[in-house]
Design a protein. Structure first.
Lengths: 105, 105
DNA sequence: ACCGTACTACGAGAGTCGTCGAACTACGAT
DNA sequence: ATCGTAGTTCGACGACTCTCGTAGTACGGT
């Protein structure tokens, strides 16, 4: 047993704040994470994306992205499947995500 | 006299990094600063924009924006005139600035 | 020359952030 | 039931950030 909130918390579309989104995407690790999710497409096992950090740090970044409203995460067995919330972000900040993700640097 | 680098340092267009821009605009004070500059238009006396912080904090935020490549600052007497680098930002990250600045929230 | 205005520079303090390791929970397979 | 795999949680640490006040520099007016 043990207390376990079975579903992960996500902000509603209307609750997404631009500062939180920008802050979330300003980190190189998180930006890479989102770019990979977008590249692969339909539902990625978060753990499958190679990262230069440990498991706990990965969890931290995924939570930051989720709580900012950038990605949606659902449980699938022992894995977490993540997808970019492109529909919500495009509705709320048209052009933002495309501009950021297509920024070659 | 004293050593005084007479011109302020700005990154070239090609040197602008997306993470720095996002980080710079993720702060509420700086975002407000940039929005005001864009609203007023051609060359604003940075000190004229009302802010809930002290002078030294304002200097800090202006430096952050300048070093990220978001604004250009030139000296005019004892004042600093700031302008958003829309041309450079639009060239490098098309749609980004518009998306961020038009985000009401 | 003096004074006021506009801004910068330099600490300092409080808070946040990114990172890790160790301990824990949850699920699936053998 | 046992083991391994996937992820979370917790505390800790160093680094960075936002804030401020004080002191200093530069320019313009009287």
């Amino acid at each position: 047993m043990g207390t376990m909130s079975d579903d992960l918390a996500h902000p509603e579309r209307a609750e997404i704040r631009i500062e939180a989104v920008l802050h979330a995407l300003a980190d190189p690790v998180r930006l890479h994470l989102v770019r990979e999710m977008e590249r692969i497409g339909t539902g990625v096992a978060c753990g499958a994306i190679e990262l230069p950090v440990t498991k706990s740090t990965r969890t931290h970044h995924l939570r930051t992205l989720r709580e900012a409203g950038v990605i949606r995460v659902r449980k699938e067995g022992t894995s977490r499947i993540g997808t970019v919330r492109r529909d919500d972000l495009d509705a709320r900040y048209p052009g933002l995500l495309t501009a950021i993700l297509s920024a070659e640097n």
